[in-house]
Design a protein around this ligand. Structure first.
Ligand code: HPA
Length: 246
């Protein structure tokens, strides 16, 4: 039976629905992953869960060891990766509480260790990244959301910012002109590293707030937490359907 990895983001530090079998804290050539790996079952499917920001949630987006995380999941035998991603909504239909399965990425991050292909190479490697998310896995996530009775947006351009601060209104206006529908801080280099390891990867974006300048007033942590709690509950429903699907 194949093993599916879940990377939990802000609002999803533990996957309490898993029937836990074991935990492992693997070493990798890149150091330790953000958290121990939790192996378990959900609806008779095998999963391995990793908390992207650590457990407890203490690692900010720019300090996450993305290489160790992806390496550890690959080494554990994962055959696909589903990433949960808290985001701000930019596009008109991306209001708080929305679930979206993005299809494209624009990377605005800098200074992150973003490739496995840099040291000790016998040839320079350029992965194809035209479609950053695995289309088959994306469609399975969309079908699972619909089977769970959830409304989900098929597609969206995810803009990945450096953080940990939120964006200015002008930065969001520029991202909108660039074509971004969603803004988050952790989608890259995660997606690219998964591709380098030939791990099919797709994300479920959970909209926590309107992005800067898209609604009146400041963005508050209380607002983010409130919408994320609801969105993550929906994401779990999606996962349960995914786990039960053939
Ligand atoms: N910007 C970037 N990342 C985020 C946001 C946001 O507004 N909300 C949740 N993650």
């Amino acid at each position: 039976m194949s093993l599916t990895a879940i990377i939990g983001g802000t609002g999803l530090t533990r996957l309490t629905q898993l029937e836990i079998q074991r935990r492992e804290a693997p070493a990798t050539p890149y150091g330790a992953p953000s958290s121990a790996l939790t192996f378990g079952r959900l609806a008779r499917r095998d999963f391995v869960f990793l908390a992207r920001h650590g457990d407890p949630h203490t690692i900010p987006p720019h300090r996450i060891n993305y290489r160790a995380n992806l390496w550890a999941l690959k080494q554990a035998g994962a055959e696909a990766v589903i990433a949960a991603a808290a985001v701000g909504g930019i596009g008109r239909d991306m209001g708080p509480g929305r679930l979206a399965i993005p299809h494209q990425i624009i990377d605005y991050t800098w200074g992150r260790a973003s490739t496995f292909f840099e040291d000790g190479l016998d040839h320079v490697t350029h992965i194809d990244f035209t479609a950053p998310y695995n289309e088959h896995l994306r469609q399975r996530l969309i079908a699972s959301a619909r089977a769970a009775g959830l409304s989900v947006v098929d597609g969206g351009v995810y803009g990945c910012t450096q953080g940990p601060r939120l964006e200015t209104a002008a930065e969001i206006a520029r991202m909108e002109r660039d074509g971004c529908d969603l803004v988050g801080m952790t989608g890259m280099p995660e997606a690219a590293l998964a591709r380098e390891l030939e791990l099919p990867y797709a994300a479920c974006a959970i909209v926590a707030n309107w992005a800067a300048g898209k609604s009146e007033g400041e963005i508050t942590l209380a607002e983010i937490e409130r919408h994320l709690a609801r969105g993550m509950a929906d994401f779990i429903e999606l996962l349960i359907c995914f786990a039960g699907s053939p």
